[in-house]
Design a protein around this ligand. Structure first.
Ligand code: HEC
Length: 186
C-alpha cells in the first residue's frame, strides 16, 4: 500500500497532524471494501441475465452496500462522478476538484486504479476527514457505461426509463468513471 506520499504531504503541512495520519489507512480500507463486493454481485447477475438484468442490482445494491458499510464504520460513504447517472451522485466542490485532478493524473500516466486523495478540511468550524478513491472502468463496466451506440438496446431502454438525465455513458476501459468518496466529522 502506498501511504507515504499523502503522509508526507500532511506531515510537511501540519506537524500537529503527524501522529494522526493513521486515519488514512482506515479510510483506505473502508473505501476499498465496497467496490469488490459490488463487482462480485454484478458479475453474478450479468452472467445470469445480461447487463440489462443487472441494472436494478447496481441501482439498489450499491446504495444498500454503502449504507451498510456506513453504519458499520461511522464513515459517510457514497459514489460520485463528473458525468453522473444517479441524479444524486453529483460531486461537491471538493470532490469535483479531486475528480478533475484524478483525470489529470491519469492522463499524465498514473495508474487510475491507485489514484486516491486524503485531506482534512474544515466544515462549519469542525475538522472533517475526507478521502476519495478513483473507480476506473474495466471491460464489464462498458455493458452499462460504454458508448451509447454500443449498448444493448435492452440496456439503453431501461436506462432511459430509470435515468432520463443519464450522463454516465461513453466510457472506454481504464477511464475514471467516478470515485468512492467517504468522510467523517471529527
Ligand atoms: C449492469 C449495469 C452496470 C454495470 C455493469 C456497471 N454499472 Fe455503474 N452504474 C449503473 C447504474 C444503474 C448506476 C446508477 C446507480 C444508482 O442509481 O445509484 C451506476 C452508477 C455508477 C457510479 C455512481 C455515479 C453515477 O454516475 O451515478 C459509478 C462510480 C459507477 N457506476 C461505476 C461503475 C464501474 C467502475 C463499473 C464496472 C466495475 C460499473 N459501474 C458497472 C449500472 C452499471
Amino acid at each position: 500500500m502506498r501511504i507515504p506520499f499523502i503522509a508526507v504531504t500532511l506531515l510537511a503541512a501540519a506537524p500537529a497532524l503527524a501522529q494522526d495520519v493513521g486515519w488514512i489507512d482506515d479510510a483506505r480500507k473502508v473505501a476499498s471494501s465496497v467496490p469488490p463486493k459490488l463487482l462480485a454481485v454484478l458479475q453474478t447477475e450479468i452472467a445470469k441475465g445480461g447487463p440489462e438484468g443487472a441494472i436494478e442490482v447496481c441501482r439498489d445494491k450499491a446504495p444498500a452496500m454503502a449504507k451498510a458499510a456506513s453504519e458499520e464504520t461511522g464513515w459517510a460513504i457514497r459514489r460520485v462522478s463528473l458525468k453522473n447517472r444517479n441524479p444524486k451522485a453529483v460531486p461537491d466542490a471538493w470532490e469535483r476538484a479531486v475528480l478533475e485532478d484524478f483525470d489529470r493524473r491519469a492522463a499524465a500516466g498514473e495508474n487510475p486504479a491507485t489514484l486516491e486523495k486524503a485531506e482534512v478540511v474544515t466544515a462549519d468550524g469542525k475538522p472533517v476527514r475526507r478521502y476519495m478513491r478513483a473507480l476506473p472502468t474495466q471491460e464489464l463496466c462498458l455493458g452499462c457505461h460504454g458508448p451509447a451506440d454500443k449498448l444493448k438496446p435492452a440496456v439503453s431502454e431501461k436506462l432511459k426509463v430509470l435515468y432520463p438525465e443519464d450522463k454516465g455513458t461513453g466510457y472506454a476501459v481504464g477511464q475514471i468513471r467516478g470515485a468512492m468518496t467517504i468522510k467523517k466529522t471529527m
